[in-house]
Design a binder for this molecule. Structure first.
Ligand code: KQY
Length: 368
C-alpha cells in the first residue's frame, strides 16, 4: 500500500455521495463478547442477513479475524460474499474502514483517518483499538488503492455525510468533542475536511440522537437523500429526550445553504420506540471494565436513518416497531428508483449502531 503525503483535494479527488455507483461494500464480522451478546452468535446472524441483502445489489467483502475465519466462511458458504482475513477490535467498518475518494480519471484512493474507539481514554468504548486503526490501511492494500493517512486527526466515517457536490453535514457533539481532536477548533477541522473530502461547506448540527454512544454520529440522525434534500430523525413528543435535539437540528437545516447556495428541503423520519434492551439481552454481554456497560434501563439509539444506499437499493433496519412500515414507505418515496429492503436491525442496535455503521461503500471508478 502506498501512502501519499499530499491531500485528496490537491490531487483532484473528492468523496462521492453514497448514491453514486459502488464497486462493492465492505463489512467486518462481529465477535467481541463485551459488545455482542451470547458470544456474538445472534449478531453474526444479523450481519449475515445484512450482507445477503446488500449482495443482491452489489458485491460484498467481509473482513474476519483469524479466530472467526473458518466459522464465517462456513456461515457464508451459500452466498457470493467474499471473505478476507483482517484482524480487528470490532465490526464498525464505517468508522474503521477508509473513506474512499475518486477522481475524474478513474482512480479510487482512500482516506485512513486516525481512530480512537470513539473517544480514546476519555469515554471511548474499548481499549486497545490498534487493530481497528489498521483496518483502513489493510483494505486499501487489498484493493491496491493509494492511501492518505490523517495521523493526529481522529475521525469516524459515521460522523460525516456528504452530498457529493461540496457539502458535508456533521454534529458538534462528535467532531468538537474534546475526546476526538482537542487540539483543533472548528475552522481547523473544516479545513481538514475540505482538504480530504473536497467539501466547501460544512453544516454543523448541534447534536445527534440521544444516548448514541458514538457521541452523536450524524449517520444515526440525519443524511442527504439527494443534493439539496436531507432526512432527519424526528419526534413530535416533547417528553422524548430527542425532541430538543430534533428541534435544534431542524433550526440549523432550515437556515442552511449548501455549497451551491441551495436551501435544504428537510424530510422527517419517525424515531422507532422508545426501544430498550431486555435484562436477558444485557446479561448476554461480558461485563468488562473499560467496555461500554449494557443496562436495560438505557434508551437505545434506534434510528431508521441508519441505512445504506446500494446500487439500485436501500438496505434499512427494521425494529419490529409500528413505525417500520412508515419508514419503508417514506424511504421508497424518497428513493423511487431503488428497491427498499428492510433487514432486522435490533441485534445490531444492541451493539451500539446499525446498518450504515457496519458497512462501508467503495465507489466505482468514475471517468469524466
Ligand atoms: O455507530 C457506529 N458508527 C459505531 C458504534 C460503535 C458501538 C460500539 N459498541
Amino acid at each position: 500500500m502506498k501512502t501519499l503525503n499530499s491531500t485528496p483535494r490537491a490531487d483532484g479527488f473528492r468523496m462521492p455521495a453514497e448514491w453514486e455507483p459502488h464497486a462493492q461494500t465492505w463489512m467486518v464480522w462481529p465477535e467481541r463478547p463485551d459488545n455482542w451478546r451470547n458470544g456474538g452468535k445472534p449478531a453474526q446472524a444479523a450481519f449475515t442477513a445484512v450482507a445477503e441483502a446488500i449482495a443482491r445489489f452489489e458485491p460484498v467483502t467481509l473482513c474476519v479475524s483469524a479466530a472467526q475465519y473458518e466459522n464465517a466462511c462456513a456461515r457464508l458458504a451459500h452466498t457470493s460474499i467474499r471473505v478476507v482475513e483482517i484482524s480487528n477490535d470490532d465490526a464498525w467498518v464505517r468508522d474503521t474502514g477508509p473513506t474512499f475518494v475518486t477522481d475524474a480519471r478513474g482512480e479510487v484512493r482512500g482516506v485512513d483517518w486516525a481512530f480512537n474507539a470513539w473517544g480514546g481514554l476519555l469515554g471511548g468504548l474499548y481499549f486497545p483499538w490498534l487493530r481497528d486503526d489498521q483496518v483502513a490501511g489493510k483494505i486499501l492494500g487489498l484493493e491496491g488503492c493509494a492511501r492518505y493517512r490523517t495521523e493526529g486527526f481522529v475521525l469516524e466515517g459515521g460522523s460525516i455525510h456528504v452530498d457529493g457536490e461540496g457539502t458535508l453535514i456533521t454534529t458538534e457533539e462528535c467532531l468538537l468533542n474534546p475526546n476526538r481532536n482537542p487540539h483543533l477548533g472548528r475552522e481547523a477541522i473544516e479545513a481538514l475536511l475540505g482538504d480530504h473530502l473536497a467539501v466547501d461547506k460544512v453544516i454543523w448540527l448541534p447534536e445527534g440522537l440521544y444516548n448514541d454512544e458514538t457521541d452523536g454520529h450524524v449517520d444515526n440522525f440525519c443524511c442527504f437523500v439527494r443534493p439539496g434534500e436531507v432526512l432527519l430523525a424526528w419526534t413530535d413528543d416533547p417528553q422524548d429526550p430527542n425532541h430538543p435535539r430534533c428541534q435544534a437540528a431542524l433550526r440549523v437545516l432550515e437556515q442552511a445553504r449548501d455549497a451551491r447556495g441551495r436551501p435544504l428541503k428537510v424530510h422527517k423520519m419517525p424515531i422507532p420506540g422508545p426501544l430498550y434492551a431486555t435484562e436477558e439481552e444485557c446479561a448476554g454481554v461480558d461485563a468488562l471494565s473499560g467496555s461500554q456497560a449494557r443496562e436495560a434501563t438505557s434508551r437505545l439509539a434506534g434510528s431508521y436513518v441508519n441505512f445504506l444506499i446500494v446500487n439500485g437499493g436501500i438496505v434499512a433496519p427494521s425494529f419490529d416497531d409500528p413505525h417500520d412500515e412508515d419508514a419503508r414507505a417514506l424511504l421508497q418515496r424518497l428513493f423511487p428508483d431503488r428497491e427498499v429492503v428492510l433487514v432486522p436491525g435490533r441485534e445490531i442496535l444492541l451493539g451500539g449502531g446499525n446498518i450504515h455503521c457496519i458497512t462501508q461503500q467503495q465507489p466505482a471508478a468514475q471517468r469524466g
